[in-house]
Design a protein around this ligand. Structure first.
Ligand code: ATP
Length: 200
């Protein structure tokens, strides 16, 4: 599994549609200060479902939309598409050899997520990458200051990182989901019993 390409439009300092192609192995992004290197990392985090504006180095989610320059009008939306090679089927064979994930946000606040062009929920994107190490909470992108944060983290938080790496967190998540459904079913049963005893 590796990143094949990243397409940005209206995202932070990239108003025009651009597509970056990555090969297997190491890719270095170089450029002068303020030229948008970190914005590329932000775009990868964002398309994977990042909800923290602080992590995205902004104050509100709208800050990811190109805000204009002296010579160029602001954009009305930001869109990012990430293509991931899935030849070995790590993301599930049903998705095919290349999986694309898209996130789009309009200034109105409307947003959409797509997997292989099909509209999905944020939850679907989160589940797709869970335990692959690539999700928004994964360790595939290590931002500035993150190493120090991991070293000084509370042991419970550090354990979460190891669990994600070991592939345990997906099962913990599924267990919580199942427990929620069981609780809801239990509540429904109690309600039904009340109705039955009222009718008797
Ligand atoms: P450094 O090497 O200093 O860390 P960098 O190459 O990583 O810099 P970035 O932090 O990626 O640079 O980009 C910063 C630039 O992005 C700034 O010029 C900032 O004005 C611009 N920028 C950020 N958000 C937006 C936005 N919403 N609209 C337009 N420009 C933006």
């Amino acid at each position: 599994m590796y990143l094949r390409s990243l397409e940005l439009q209206g995202f932070k300092s990239f108003p025009d549609k651009i597509k970056l192609h990555f090969d297997k192995g190491l890719t270095a992004v170089v450029g002068p200060n303020g030229s948008g290197k970190s914005n590329i990392g932000d775009a990868v985090r964002w398309v994977l479902g990042e909800q923290s504006t602080k992590t995205l180095r902004g104050n509100k989610m709208e800050d990811v939309i190109f805000s204009g320059t002296k010579t160029r009008k602001a954009m009305g939306f930001a869109a990012v598409t990430l293509e991931i090679s899935n030849e070995a089927g790590e993301l599930g064979e049903a998705y095919g050899a290349v999986v694309s994930v898209t996130r789009k946000l309009y200034r109105s606040g409307d947003s959409e997520y797509r997997i292989n062009g099909k509209n999905v929920r944020l939850k679907d994107v989160t589940e797709l990458f869970m335990d692959t190490g690539m999700g928004r909470d994964g360790y595939a992108i290590i931002g500035q200051g993150r190493i120090a944060e991991i070293v000084s983290a509370k042991s419970a938080d550090r354990r979460d990182i190891f669990e994600e790496a070991a592939g345990v967190s997906k099962f913990r998540y599924k267990k919580q989901e199942a427990q929620r459904k069981l609780d809801a079913a239990q509540e429904n049963l109690v309600r039904l019993q009340d109705i039955v005893s009222e009718l008797e």
